[in-house]
Design a protein around this ligand. Structure first.
Ligand code: HEM
Length: 144
């Protein structure tokens, strides 16, 4: 649930690009054959007609997997299962190392994003770790 809600709210891929095959009118805007359009999947992920309080991170959503973060249709992401598995593993390890409630965003700070237009990724997030959690933190074993 947490992985899906994270993908919905902060999708690494912000939009997909398509070439129009047939002229059409969408919300009073004429779109001609051959034109390239951007479908903002990240915006659709926050559609208030679909999601209650769309800008909030809520792992208790009923249908978290309805997001478009892996695209849609014939070009749906072929690596989605691997990506989901990797994200879940990373989250599991993180939660083993950092006890819930002991990590918080540093007051007064803001996250920094990577300087890209189509991809979303954090370049830096300043956080504070409670001392009790820090003492118990150990690096994962690298023994085979
Ligand atoms: C969180 C991680 C990932 C996200 C958010 C993501 C997102 C996407 C999106 C939105 C598309 C659709 C592009 C379009 O419609 O134009 C796509 C396509 C694709 N993705 Fe991913 N992807 C991720 C991870 C991966 C991984 C791990 C692989 C490979 C192991 C992969 C391989 C592909 C390929 C090959 C396509 C093209 C599929 C096609 O055109 O038929 N992706 N991905």
């Amino acid at each position: 649930m947490a992985v899906e809600e994270g993908l919905r709210l902060d999708p690494p891929v912000l939009y997909v690009i398509r070439t129009v095959k047939r002229a059409t009118i969408l919300r009073d805007i004429e779109i001609h054959e051959g034109e390239r359009v951007i479908a903002a999947t990240s915006s659709a992920n926050r559609d208030e007609a679909v999601y209650e309080r769309p800008h909030e991170f809520r792992i208790d959503r009923v249908s978290p997997a309805t997001h478009l973060s892996f695209g849609f249709g014939s070009h749906f992401c072929i690596g989605s299962a691997v990506a989901r598995m990797e994200a879940q593993s990373a989250l599991d390890v993180f939660l083993e190392l950092v006890k819930p409630g002991t990590l918080k965003i540093k007051p007064g700070s803001r996250p920094y994003y990577q300087d890209t237009a189509s991809l979303l990724g954090y370049a830096r997030i300043d956080v504070e770790l409670a001392p009790s959690s820090r003492a118990e933190m150990t690096a994962p074993s690298t023994d085979a």
